[in-house]
Design a protein around this ligand. Structure first.
Ligand code: MF3
Ligand code: CO
Ligand code: CO
Length: 254
């Protein structure tokens, strides 16, 4: 799982320099596909997963998740999520982050930052004896405290030999609810946060999820292992190691 997590994180690091106005999401998909297959000798998990046609998910602006890469050209000011899942030696690593195309609006920057902080306050709860409700509650309290809303129809998930395993990891809830965490468990934390209302709809392509009110949406995702004394983020990128969150940032206080 550590190897799979590291490879998934490296795809997000690799794709960064390719994100600029004029590039299509289909071109980003091809670059990631070739890197995963030819350099990492790994498998892009989304390709043909339940009929998904591409190797990565690209969700732009009011798209919440599961956007299908295609001929759409990115333009200055777009807010983009890229979600990478790879399989290495039978194990899955799943991670996503937000990118800005050119200069973002103040709202886009604040939404992306708040969503990343929401993911971090959720992950900060993870230790043996804590519950999944503690994780979901921390995320919801933080995001709603910033006057944003949390999508409820999609959640994090156990991960390992399968892409999506039990349990469901809700990004809302009450402290103490849900299963109790134990060392060795592996799951994702991947909150989707909307600038407007939480409601979503599915586009006719059968995959792309968008906000009903067409407000901007953001998502960040890590694959996390429960350890004896806390947790280990398996999909951490170099930028997160070099520049960890400032002390006191995103501790859950509003
Ligand atoms: N990577 C997504 C997740 O975090 C799932 C994508 S499924 C796909 O769970 F088929 F759209 F790729
Ligand atoms: Co996931
Ligand atoms: Co994912």
């Amino acid at each position: 799982m550590r190897v799979a997590g590291r490879l998934a994180a490296q795809v997000l690091e690799m794709i960064d320099e390719h994100i600029r106005p004029g590039v299509t999401t289909g071109e980003l998909d091809r670059i990631c596909h070739d890197f995963i297959v030819d350099e990492q000798r790994a498998v892009p998990a989304p390709l043909n997963y339940k009929g998904f046609p591409k190797s990565i998910c690209t969700s732009v602006n009011y798209q919440v998740c599961h956007g299908i890469p295609g001929n759409k050209r990115l333009k200055k000011g777009d807010l983009l999520n890229i979600d990478i899942t790879i399989i290495k030696d039978g194990y899955h690593g799943d991670t996503s982050k937000m990118f800005f195309v050119g200069e973002p609006s103040i709202l886009a920057r604040r939404l992306a930052k708040t969503t990343q902080e929401a993911m971090r306050v959720g992950i900060a709860q993870i230790r043996p004896g804590a519950s999944l409700g503690d994780v979901g509650h921390a995320i919801q309290r933080f995001a709603e405290g910033k006057r944003y809303s949390v999508v409820q129809e999609y959640c994090g998930h156990g991960i390992g030999r399968a892409f999506h395993e039990e349990p469901q990891v809700l990004h809302y809830g009450k402290p103490g609810e849900g299963i109790t965490l134990m060392p060795g468990m592996c799951f994702t934390v991947e909150p989707m946060v909307n600038a407007g209302k939480r409601h979503i709809k599915l586009l006719s392509d059968g995959w792309t999820v968008v906000t009903k009110d067409r407000s901007l949406s953001a998502q960040w995702e890590h694959t996390v292992l429960v350890t004896q004394d806390g947790h280990e983020i398996l999909t951490l990128r170099g930028e997160e190691r070099e520049k960890p969150p400032a002390p006191g940032a995103a501790t859950g206080t509003c």
